[in-house]
Design a protein around this ligand. Structure first.
Ligand code: SF4
Length: 761
């Protein structure tokens, strides 16, 4: 039974659009209504937003701490004090035996700014561990790394979303905007009504492509090569804005020389995009007054993701578009707080305000706000995947705290990661439902969600918005801030941990003051009065920064940087054993790991599927709806075939909202951002008419709920051996059936670990 506040203005619990909505009480139900005045979505929402209040009455909600009985492997209910005492004493014991870094913390891009800030502070001050990172590393890090290198500062969109309605050409690289954030797709329609053109670059012909004037379907993993080819044609066509390049950038001459050999015919051989189409796109961009290039996960979730973004930034810079009204480069953030979540200290290399943890001045400032000695703050830790790869291993963390992340579904090479989780001495998960990750924990701490708590988020535009508490949480749950404060007190932390969101935000403002992401002038009152405030906003009387870089970029000399980048190709290429490309993505009705949306009956849990071209279906011998098995070097999954001509005949697609897809994906990492290569690997598909697969996907999809308490499998104490990944090879693939045949008969690449070393997230 929930108590309500009438007509609360708040925001959707899911994606980075953070649609404004109003929550109303209707009898015992909480219902969603439009909030027309909120500028980003103007009352529009997708079905996920309209059905989001079903989360508040979910029967699978956890309402008491759960502690695993080591003798039986099952959970028992516990009092909060008992659970927090147990966790704190186990953490202290691990650190006493193995050092501070024996405990790791893993956060999420859906956490509010206040939670992300407190989590980073908790790791550095209460645990004094360097081992903290978050799942946003797998969402935004390639674009963030590239934006920082090119412009001196990363903010996903440096302009409000509505600007795209008034540009001349919009290029979407690797974005299925129409399905991932449907209200934003209205801007595409408005742009076309205004006479503008939409270009979609995606290996699949998606719902977004249906709204486009030009659709290019490159081979997965070749967006970088396409950008180089386009820039070559821009140079050849004489469309470089030399006055802009001279006045506002550095590094162009090297890039001009570098793309001299990226002629369109070579681009066609690598990408499968016709040379004439490459030239036509260059002409369209070159002749336009205003161009916006937006990338999303399709371009970024690669082992060359940050270089891919830089290649498209190079195109926009050469055309003189960045830092110009109604023009430029931007990234479409994915997770609800994908932007704010990467600014306030839950990243391995970062302190609040987007400060580097290795900058002595930054350490001194933040330590001053926290009231601790800067010398006591740990340094940079492992990136998200490297952290999970190390847990439970010799020299790696022995205990892990997880907040706001369902690692078992969302991590790449997820079967391997599940094994690492099982090798831990202590796994603690704070969540509000029994996710697949919580089901493997030693202790589960039930926390508040979304409409039950107040906190700020930063949407894809860099607009800081306020989610308001609209209902009371169920008896027995606590907020993440209360959990962190409870543990910090038991661990004897030298700094205080507030549990009031507004007071935490005020502390965050002080910690971010003077940093790249400066929130000092943003307050709950201003957010309410102004429908959100754009950062940077360094003072109470500062208006906030709706459009960035109009006068200068954020590098010390005020200039943007070109970067010469090479196409290396995916870490795995198709071969005889794995003749196809596998790519992954989203569907309209689900969000991220599905821990929330799969529980909402109104959204209809259709389950995973395997999208494949009719030529592949014919070769495999399956029809639409028949079961197929997908294999990669890391795992196997089984799902119904969805036969479609909208996908390339050398590629299969699997949505990642269910257990399975990420047991197939490759954990090769981008050398700069440490982004795993979610979007492409080599795969085989076969008919699954020969009975149960018994693969890892089937084995892991076994959690359920009964009588209010979940049924849990005992955790295995034995981690599986880590499978090897494949070395890069160089053969591009065209789109014909003969190319598929050729790939089938080509030798398989030798197994090797393609993951480069070092951390530069
Ligand atoms: S999921 Fe995204 S697009 Fe849909 S209502 Fe929520 S914020 Fe808006």
């Amino acid at each position: 039974m929930v108590e309500q506040v009438e007509g609360t203005r708040t925001h959707c619990p899911y994606c980075s659009l953070q649609c404004g909505m109003q929550l109303h009480r209707r009898g015992r139900e909480t219902t969603v209504a439009a909030w027309e005045e909120f500028p980003t979505n103007q009352g529009a929402m997708c079905r996920k937003g309209w059905t989001s209040t079903a989360l508040l009455r979910d029967r699978e909600r956890i309402t008491t701490p759960l502690v695993r009985d080591p003798a039986t492997g099952t959970f028992r209910a516990a009092e909060w004090d008992e659970a927090l005492d147990l966790v704190a004493s186990r953490l202290a014991d691990l650190q006493r035996r193995h050092g501070h870094d024996a405990v790791a913390v893993f956060g999420g891009g859906g956490l509010t700014n206040e939670k992300a800030y407190s989590l980073g502070k908790f790791a550095r001050v209460a645990l004094r561990t360097s081992q903290v990172d978050y799942n946003g590393r797998w969402c935004m890090s390639s674009a963030a790394s590239a934006g920082t290198r090119a412009f001196g500062l990363d903010r996903g969109l440096p302009f409000p979303l509505r600007d795209i309605e008034h540009t001349d050409v919009l290029v979407l690289v690797g974005s299925n905007l129409a399905e991932t954030m449907p209200p934003a797709a209205r801007h595409l329609d408005a742009l076309r009504r205004n006479g503008g053109k939409v270009v979609v670059v995606d290996p699949r012909r998606t719902a977004t492509a249906d709204r486009a004037d030009v659709v290019l379907q490159p081979v997965p993993g070749t967006d970088l090569a396409l950008a180089r080819g386009v820039l070559h044609a821009v140079v050849a066509g004489g469309w470089v804005d030399q006055a802009y390049v001279d006045a506002r950038t550095t590094g162009f001459e090297q890039v001009r020389r570098d793309v001299a050999t990226a002629w369109p015919e070579l681009t066609e051989r690598v990408t499968g995009v016709a040379a004439d189409d490459v030239r036509a796109l260059a002409r369209m961009l070159g002749e336009a007054e205003n161009v916006i290039v937006l990338t999303a996960r399709g371009a970024e979730q690669h082992a060359q993701g940050s270089d891919t973004v830089l290649a498209w930034v190079n195109v926009a810079l050469a055309l003189g578009q960045c830092g110009k009204l109604l023009s430029g480069y931007g990234c479409l953030t994915g997770q609800g707080n994908g932007q704010g979540g990467r600014e306030h200290g839950q990243k391995a290399d970062q302190l609040p305000g987007y400060r580097s943890i290795e900058d002595p001045a930054a350490r001194e400032h933040v330590a001053g706000v926290w009231g601790v000695d800067p010398a006591g703050l740990p340094g940079r830790g492992r990136s998200a995947y490297e952290l999970l790869d190390a847990i439970g291993a010799d020299g790696g963390p022995k205990g892990l705290l997880v907040f706001g992340s369902n690692i078992v579904v969302s991590a790449p090479n997820a079967h391997h990661v599940s094994g690492r989780l099982d090798a831990l001495e202590l796994l603690v998960v704070a969540d509000f439902v029994m996710s697949e990750t919580a089901a493997r924990a030693d202790v589960v701490l039930p926390v508040t969600q979304w409409a039950e708590e107040t906190g700020t988020m930063t949407n894809l535009e860099g607009r800081v918005i306020l989610r308001r508490r609209a209902v009371s949480p169920p008896q027995g749950v606590r907020s993440d801030l209360e959990v962190l404060a409870g543990l910090a007190g038991r661990l004897g932390a030298p700094a205080g941990f507030d549990t009031d969101p507004e007071r935490v935000f005020d502390e965050l403002r002080r910690a971010s003051a003077g940093g790249p992401a400066d929130y000092a002038g943003i307050s709950y009152a201003r957010i309410t009065d102004e429908h959100g405030v754009f950062w940077p906003c360094p003072a109470d009387d500062h208006p906030g920064t709706e459009r960035m870089f109009l006068d200068r970029f954020a590098h010390p000399d005020g200039r943007a940087r070109f970067h010469a980048v090479s196409h290396r190709g995916p870490a795995e290429q198709p071969c005889g054993d794995y003749p196809l490309y596998l790519t992954t993505g989203r569907v309209l009705a689900q969000y991220q790991s599905g821990a929330q949306t799969r529980r909402i009956r109104e959204l209809g849990d259709e389950g995973a599927f395997v999208e494949l071209h009719p030529m592949v279906a014919a070769r495999v011998g399956v029809g639409d709806g028949e079961e197929v098995r997908v294999r990669t070097r890391r795992g196997t999954m089984r799902a119904p075939a969805r036969v479609s001509t909208t996908i390339r005949p050398d590629t299969v697609f699997v949505p990642f909202h269910w257990v399975g897809a990420n047991q197939l994906t490759n954990d090769a990492l981008d050398p700069a951002s440490r982004m795993p290569e979610f979007k492409v690997c080599a795969a085989a598909v076969e008919a699954a008419s020969d009975g149960p697969v018994g693969g890892v996907a089937d084995a892991d999809a076994s959690t359920g709920a009964a009588d209010g308490l979940p049924t849990i499998r005992p955790r295995s104490a034995r981690p599986p051996a880590r499978p090897a990944t494949a070395a890069p090879s160089a053969s591009p693939l065209a789109t014909s059936a003969s190319a598929v045949d050729a790939a089938v008969t080509s030798p398989c690449a030798a197994d090797a670990d393609a993951t480069p070393g070092g951390v530069d997230g």
